[in-house]
Design a protein around this ligand. Structure first.
Ligand SMILES: NC(=O)c1ccc[n+]([C@@H]2O[C@H](COP(=O)([O-])OP(=O)(O)OC[C@H]3O[C@@H](n4cnc5c(N)ncnc54)[C@H](OP(=O)(O)O)[C@@H]3O)[C@@H](O)[C@H]2O)c1
Ligand SMILES: *[C@@H]1O[C@H](CO)[C@@H](O)[C@H](O)[C@H]1NC(C)=O
Length: 319
């Protein structure tokens, strides 16, 4: 009798564990795949930070679809080695490298100039590069705020006419579910964050800025046939955050088993870049190839407009 009871408890325990694993697996690890077979022959794609992680996996897929893919990377050696891999994996030799360091606004300006001079087309811009890291850039801004938001804001601004000329065209902005921890305070958002949670806080702020950027951009692009989408790729096994303090790295390492691989993590970016008929969802936030409501702060149109004007002022773009 007692043995039976123990067996029952064991079976129940096992069933509960299995259930928990399934819950974690389907919610965090498995990803909805982008199922369309849209060809990108004749199209040009620009991906920032395409040399690693989600960006590299996205580049491989879009190159397989026949696109000309330009990787915008800060490090020449890492960029060249990625170009080599992507050409080999996709069988497409039209994959090229151009140097862009989002930590320097001058680098963004000279990159845009070179791009506009050498590349006649821009059909899909993917603002993918990102850091989960505290500190300050050479321009004096918070590292995550500049690399993740401000420099991409400038890049998008400088390339917008080319995107309009190539319409229908698209802009994909990588955000994160961590935007829920973000806050926009115009007195401090551009300044390096202090305190124990600084990397987390500036990352959250920048990812909230990403969604607001997409929202306001969509408004301003109405009737141009240029559309834009913010994306949360899921929790993906990449190197992001590995320059954080040891306890953050330890945590990231610990949750690694519950993360999806880069190919799965790239699916929503690929979907937003290629799926036909999603244009009416311009400005929205996508997770697992579906539009999803982000946090209430990320739906604040008034804030989106203010952030736009604030970013313009920081960049000296106002006339
Ligand atoms: N992994 C996740 O779980 C997750 C979750 C939500 C959102 N995201 C977002 O997904 C995007 C891609 O991240 P990932 O996970 O693929 O990270 P990753 O593997 O660390 O890749 C980030 C890419 O950005 C580049 N980059 C960093 N700073 C740069 C700079 N100053 N100038 C130019 N390029 C720079 C990196 O280049 P180097 O190789 O030179 O460092 C690398 O190519 C990010 O925007 C991130 O916020 C990721
Ligand atoms: C947008 O696309 C539609 C449908 O292809 C076209 O009729 C319209 O002229 C385009 N508008 C602009 C501003 O390019």
């Amino acid at each position: 009798m007692e043995a039976l009871g123990a067996l029952g408890a064991l079976a129940l325990g096992a069933a509960l564990l299995l259930r928990l694993y399934a819950l974690l697996y389907y919610n965090f690890v498995a990803a909805t795949r982008c199922r369309n077979a849209v060809s990108l022959r004749g199209k040009t794609v620009l991906i920032t930070g395409g040399n690693a992680g989600i960006g590299k996996a996205t580049a491989v897929d879009l190159a397989r679809r026949g696109a000309r893919v330009v990787l915008a990377c800060r490090n020449k050696a890492r960029g060249e080695s990625a170009v080599y891999d992507i050409r080999r994996e996709s069988g497409n030799s039209e994959v090229i490298l151009m140097i862009l360091d989002l930590g320097s606004l001058n680098s963004v300006r000279s990159f845009a100039q070179t791009y506009l001079k050498s590349e006649p087309h821009l059909d899909i811009l993917i603002n993918n590069a990102g850091v989960f890291q505290d500190g300050q850039t050479s321009d004096g801004f918070d590292q995550a705020f500049q690399v993740n938001h401000l420099a991409h804001f400038l890049l998008t601004h400088l390339l917008l006419d080319r995107l309009k000329r190539c319409a229908p065209s698209r802009i994909i902005i990588l955000s994160s579910s961590w935007h829920t921890f973000g806050k926009i305070n115009f007195r401090t958002i551009h300044k390096p964050v202090e305190g124990m949670w600084k990397a987390l806080r500036s990352y959250g702020n920048s990812k909230l800025a990403n969604i607001l950027h997409a929202r306001e951009l969509a408004n301003r692009l109405e009737a141009t046939n240029v559309t834009c989408y913010a994306v949360h790729p899921g929790s993906v096994r990449t190197e992001i955050g590995y320059s954080c303090p040891w306890w953050v790295v330890w945590f990231l390492w610990f949750v690694k088993t519950f993360k999806r691989d880069c190919d799965a993590g790239a699916q929503t970016s690929i979907y937003c870049a290629t799926e036909e008929g999603i244009e009416r969802l311009s400005g929205r936030y996508f997770v697992d190839c579906h539009p999803l409501e982000p946090s209430s702060q990320a739906r604040d149109d008034h804030m989106a407009k203010k952030l736009w004007e604030f970013s313009e002022r920081l960049l000296g773009l106002t006339t």
